[in-house]
Design a protein around this ligand. Structure first.
Ligand SMILES: Nc1nc2c(c(=O)[nH]1)N[C@H]1C(S)=C(S)[C@@H](COP(=O)(O)O)O[C@H]1N2
Ligand SMILES: [Mo]
Length: 201
């Protein structure tokens, strides 16, 4: 008799130690958007880095594509309870965006902004040191529009609402300012391993 536990693979390939509490594994890639999917042509796409209200640098698509490209394969966890393992992304890590703009850490907090008016707050510490990227490819292909193409934020270690789709900018803020879902009862930080789903979790 073969003892399944010793092979390192479990029935169905599930790896319970990779699934945060209250989450279940999915094989598909659900689409969750608060509103309609915006259409952003690459010719008009822009990404703006701001410190407070002031723009520091703006990249168009070709300038952004010329930044160093990094691959990242990570597990993702949506607050609606699905988790997906080993999602494969490519894009520009936040460190490389800040380096290209020549700024380091003017404040400790950031807000991501999107073409659909969405926003979400993430501490700078959770965006740098290779933890997060602006992803432009998924599984080797241009990021599909319903998943946030042309470009989305990817902050895989926080609940997936922090990974702003159709991202068009990052803004340093003096304080930790609530974004779209954080203003509507969701947690300011959103650690899936601590089940920080709602404001007071
Ligand atoms: N701009 C924008 N980004 C967004 C959202 C949104 O409505 N607008 N929804 C968030 C939520 S709640 C989740 S779970 C993920 C879903 O990403 P997906 O549709 O690629 O699965 O996107 C996040 N990013
Ligand atoms: Mo979500």
């Amino acid at each position: 008799m073969v003892t399944r536990g010793f092979t390192g693979r479990r029935l169905g390939g599930e790896q319970p130690e990779r699934i945060p509490p209250g989450q279940h594994l999915v094989q598909n890639f659900p689409v969750l958007s608060a509103g309609p999917t915006p259409r952003v042509d690459l010719e008009n796409w822009k990404f703006t880095l701001k410190v407070g209200p002031g723009p520091v640098k703006v990249w168009d698509w070709s300038e952004f594509s010329a930044l160093p490209q990094t691959k990242m394969t990570r597990d993702i966890h949506c607050v609606t309870s699905w988790s997906k393992l080993d999602t494969a992304w490519e894009g520009v890590i936040i460190d490389d965006i800040l380096a290209d703009a020549g700024i380091e850490r003017p404040t400790e907090y950031m807000l991501a902004h999107s073409y659909d008016g969405y926003s979400t707050n993430v501490p700078l510490a959770d965006l740098v040191l290779g933890k997060a990227m602006v992803a432009t490819k998924y599984e080797g292909q241009p990021l599909p529009r319903d998943h946030g193409g042309p470009a989305r934020l990817l902050v895989p270690h926080l609940y997936f609402w922090k990974s702003a789709k159709w991202v068009n900018g990052l803004q340093f803020t003096d304080r930790d300012e609530a974004g779209f879902w954080e203003l509507r009862g969701y947690h300011m930080y959103g650690d899936p391993w601590k089940e920080q789903r709602y404001t007071n979790d």
